[in-house]
Write a protein that binds this ligand. Sequence first.
Ligand code: R5P
Length: 295
Amino acid sequence: MPEADEKKEKNFYPEIQQKNRAFFLKGSNNFDWGMKNRLSHIFNPDTGKTVMLAIDHGYFQGPTTGLERIDITILPLLKYSDTLMLTRGILRSIIPPTYPNGIVLRASGGPSILKELSNEQIAMDIEDAIRLNAAAVAVQVFIGGEYETQTVCNMTKLVDMAQRYGIGVLGVTAVGKEMVRDAKYMRLACRICAELGATYVKTYYVEPDFETVTASCPVPIVIAGGKKIPEFDALKMAYNAIQKGACGVDMGKNIFQAENPVAMIQAVRMVVHKNFTPEQAYEYYCEQIKKRDKS
Ligand code: R5P
């Protein structure tokens, strides 16, 4: 029987060519649809940037200051994050499954702060990442560390597993205490992660020459916040990183240990997504503190 639709006039727009659009994210154009869709749940397609909220610290250091009660201190921040980076234990036990954005699951672990930190192994099965609808998995890579090769191989094994299902891999450059944190080291570590298949890389902001770290890494770079510093300094670091080619922040302590974490994550968003200067964003932050104190 002919379809009823055949009676309607059709328009095939033969004069308009279908467009081939390049994917918005650096180095990611050749991925399949599923991977690109997942990456769009980490990076905002409108700005190409991300504010990842990192709360995975407990995987090696237990109940970190500010994360003692994630249900109380972190849930109010979720609506301001583009992505959450965390362990599957916290995801399952505390985070509402209605969280609409990307999940980046901590997938390596083993040693606690009491042992050699670079002695990590893969600490989850890719099946569980699929079950939890992860957009990406995160793995620590200790270039120059005691277990350098083991951690590089953890990453390449995860890349092989995750790539099969269109899940991203975040290579996290972990800098041992004895290493010099400079652009030369970061270029080395980030480039190794990218060459060996990381979908994107997390590193620390360094001066001078951070732009050489981002330029020589063929995939997006996000910066970790690192140790807690004054709020204005953290905003300035985020601003400088973005101006020098970073695609966002993966920030933990400098948000959840701030005097006002809700205001701080909003101020970070302004710097990352709206090109606010650190001064403008800090002004907003201070206004929020004043409002809170009056109420
Ligand atoms: C290590 O503790 C974790 O991978 C963190 O996610 C990462 O260091 C980012 O957090 P923070 O901004 O506190 O350094």
